[in-house]
Design a protein around this ligand. Sequence first.
Ligand code: 4AD
Length: 572
Amino acid sequence: MADTLPVETLSLVDGVAYVDETKGSDETGNGSVETPYQSPVQALLVHGKDVKIHVWKVAAADSDEVSGYTLISPTALKKAVKKLAEVEKKAKKMAEQAAEQAAKDQAAAEERERVLEAAKQVVLTEDASLPKATSIKIRNGVANRGKRVKVSGWVHRLRVQGKNMTFIILRDGTGYLQCVLTDNLCQTYDALTLTLESTVTVYGVINELPAGKTAADNHELTVDYWECLGKAPGGEHAMSNKVNENSDPSVKYDLRHLVLREEKASNILKVRSEVMKAFRSYFDGEGYVEVTPPALVQTSVEGGSTLFELNYYNEKAYLTQSSQLYLETCLPSLGDVYCLVGSYRAEKSHTRRHLSEFTHCEAEMAFITFDDLLDRLEDMICGVIDSVLAHKQSADIVYKLNPNFKKPERPFLRMDYSDAIQYLKDNDIKKEDGTFYEFGEDIPEAPERAMTDKIGRPILLCRFPVEIKSFYMKRCPENLRLTESVDVLMPGVGEIVGGSMRISDLDELMAAYKRESLDPSPYYWFTDQRKYGTAEHGGFGLGLERYVAWLLNLHTVRDACLYPRFTGRAFP
Ligand code: 4AD
């Protein structure tokens, strides 16, 4: 039954309102035979107490009567009239309450308007007798305690404590700073209308906090003057209303530019930056030269099925899958080389470790053996962890996001592909169809991760069969069915590195092109490496996002990117 009063009285035929308890409706009925009400109260409510109510009566199966409308019984009518009184009373009370609330809201709005109007008269001026403020970034706050400073940033958190005190947590990308505004500083128009994500410049002195109080860096800035530079929207357009922890993932990716302002997202990017620095510093320390190979290419490295094709001045070109072949060409001129650039894969994979564009850390080394390659990989992975953890801010983030993080113990487990196939059998890890993986089959993501998680430590998985690996891989001298190849598997993520020794012999390479049905002509520059002074060499590629996801225990590599690119998403 609708408990609102009628807006218009509906006319009835002969003043009769029809009621059918099972088929009628108080919401959509109008009292006619065709669309009866559900309750007698609704008939009284809409048409007044003098209405004649006819109710649908179902005849008992064993009686001579027939079902049909009959005049309401006096008892039922009495009951309905009583209920009507209750309904009217309730409706009256609600109307009174609504009017009271509206009056209160109106008064509050007028009071707010009055306060805001008055606040416009509060104009702040910087006290010229104070020392000139030095502009600083928040990360330098500790070193600048006790001096008058000027800090600009975004309002990350805001807490108004009565009329005379407002706390702002300011964010400038380098850190967070608690700022306290007192008295007229928090009574200006801007102070009263300040919103999260607005930009401000605050002036004042940073002081250590007394014992018992907490804030970032254990200090706060006592503001003596401030300005609002740009106000962010409040209310329904406030950032927290557009996107928050509970938002759908697709909303979060659409609004990634706002999500990046949150602590977790920005912390991940800070660690990512440190990881990139650590890789560079590792390679630099080992004497590698950094190169930047092209993204636009006309040859494939990892098979044609995952190439993004594009029209390049009316010729077919692709986005590179790997810079490996170019790195190989640098060995004779630059010695060991590495690059840290984008690679692109067009596979329509939706797994949590696949991206369409990822940052690929690749290295190539000359005159090494397969064992050297494995040692170097292990050395690099551990060296980078040590550098990242030596950076205090990054270490804090690593342990905050991944409290159980433990540096992997060396040496890593070295396991052959054939032993992995046996491991899957011994541990009952099967295919979806219930059969076991057999030698010669690719071990996909799920079983690979199941095995890695079960072993619980990094694995250098070595010597894959020729048929499941790329054309350029060198065969194992002791078993020509196998390649000198390696995948590094990490618990939680699975494969983070793919690497191998490369074919150094010209004839062998020509045979490999043939086996893979690759036309050798566009690869002439790669082939030439085997003609103009060949060398045993090898290298690897590491997915930066996978490394970061492993280090920070992220559920998906997408969160390790600034703006992730995956199937169906190339924006914003
Ligand atoms: O195993 P992959 O395909 O090896 C190569 O591209 C070699 N040419 C690298 C080389 O020897 N220089 O890829 C190497 C690594 C993977 O282990 C993974 O970490 C990352 O690159 N990777 C991806 N990361 C995110 N999304 C994808 N779609 C990726 N594909 C590969």
